[in-house]
Design a protein around this ligand. Structure first.
Ligand SMILES: *Cc1c(COP(=O)(O)O)cnc(C)c1O
Length: 385
């Protein structure tokens, strides 16, 4: 089932898009084509499938890309060796030296570092804005603005940006909108349908879903953007290997059921935390008093599996709590079936310290897994004391 799958439901596409039994053996699951090169019929003449060399293309990766494109309701998927390689490819194909981009005021630390430390060296400038505030975005846009870079929900403060309105603002200014959809996943939110030009993923997170692979992807409807991304990836070489592509394909098959459970558990945990005396503020878009709740309810199917909260008693207390959980593993990353806890200020977001991006020092971030919600809540209660 390679071509048009758009009439099928998400759950069906997650299992079948881009995939059919292997024509040679009948293998139901796509083989791991662990090869660097492909026999040619004659000089310059490839056999069926057009494969020549695995930096350029590999059949296992092709399946991964078709599945990614189908889940985002997009035309093209381009897989990369990591989420940062995917982000880098968008930045270096959509921008030229002298261009400017607008970046949200809460962003993945690695994205901020790439823009702030690498892209600026390359002659690109940026302005940080509150993407939930149209006036702030308009004020940040300049004649040379070519890109607006959005995460929604954001990492780690779970802020919500109105994607359709942002797309309009960007397009009016002659810029394109990128949405890093890692936190929401295509199951909960499909930015291309809301007007975004590029969707970026760290497939390391929910799409892979089992904390066993690092990868990234860009999905776009634009043939031109796809060609540029493909050219850069083939030139620079940040490709995922066949086994990593295969793990990602396998992970995506269960995305819908995993996300439902992540959301169920996160909703219960967010509620339990709001009732705990040791907790200050709880950041979860599913809570009715969250500033982005209404926008999230409109553009997302549910509210996701990430919950952040501040601990009463300051940074030291927060660090103690993070070190005391038993089921929540103290670790960076997110989106796997197991629950993780981390301190963004000292861990994932250490690179934003002192910048325009602000992360409270008493903040903890949870990646809520698919274990029993009661066990997870008991673990947090024990750790909070
Ligand atoms: C992890 C992450 C990235 C970077 O992805 P890698 O696969 O670690 O390179 C980018 N954006 C968000 C929102 C992330 O959580």
């Amino acid at each position: 089932m390679a071509e048009n799958t758009s009439h099928l439901g998400f759950e069906t596409r997650a299992i079948h898009a881009g995939q059919q039994p292997d024509p040679r053996t009948g293998s139901v699951i796509v083989p791991i084509y662990q090869t660097s090169t492909y026999a040619q019929d004659g000089v310059g003449g490839t056999r069926e499938g057009d494969y020549e060399y695995s930096r350029t293309a590999n059949p296992t990766r092709t399946v991964c890309e078709q599945a990614l494109a189908s889940l985002e309701n997009g035309k093209h998927g381009v897989a990369f060796a990591s989420g940062m390689a995917a982000s880098d490819a968008v930045l270096r194909t959509a921008l030229r030296p002298g261009d400017h981009l607008v970046l949200g005021n809460d962003a993945y630390g690695g994205t901020f570092r790439l823009i702030d430390k690498v892209l600026t060296e390359w002659g690109v400038s940026y302005t940080v804005a509150d993407l939930a505030n149209a006036d702030d975005v308009r004020a940040a846009i300049r004649p040379e603005t070519k890109l607006v870079w959005c995460e929604s929900p954001t990492n780690p403060l779970l802020g919500v940006a109105p994607i359709a309105a942002l797309a309009d603002l960007a397009h009016t200014a002659g810029a394109r909108l990128v949405v890093d959809n890692t936190f929401a996943t295509p199951y909960l939110q499909q930015p291309l349908s809301l007007g975004a030009d590029y969707v970026v993923h760290s497939t390391t997170k929910y799409l892979g879903g089992h904390s066993d692979v690092v990868g990234g992807a860009v999905i776009t409807d634009s043939d031109e953007a796809q060609e540029q991304l493909f050219f850069l990836r083939n030139s620079a070489g940040a490709v995922p290997g066949p086994f990593d592509s295969w793990l990602t394909v396998r992970g995506m098959k269960t995305l819908a059921v995993r996300m439902e459970r992540h959301c169920d558990n996160a909703e219960q945990i967010a509620q339990a935390l709001t009732e705990h005396p040791g907790v200050g503020r709880v950041y979860y878009p599913g809570l009715p008093d969250h500033a982005g709740h209404d926008v999230a309810a409109k553009q997302m199917r549910r509210f996701g599996g990430m919950v952040s909260f501040t601990v009463n008693g300051g940074e030291q207390r927060a660090l103690e709590v993070a070190a005391r959980t038993q089921l929540f593993v103290l670790a960076e990353s997110l989106g796997g079936i197991e629950s993780l806890i981390e301190h963004p200020g000292r861990m994932t977001h250490a690179s934003v310290s002192g910048s325009a991006l602000h992360v409270p020092e008493d903040l903890l971030r949870l990646s809520v897994g698919i274990e029993s919600a009661a066990d997870l809540i008991a673990d947090l209660h024990d750790a909070l004391g």
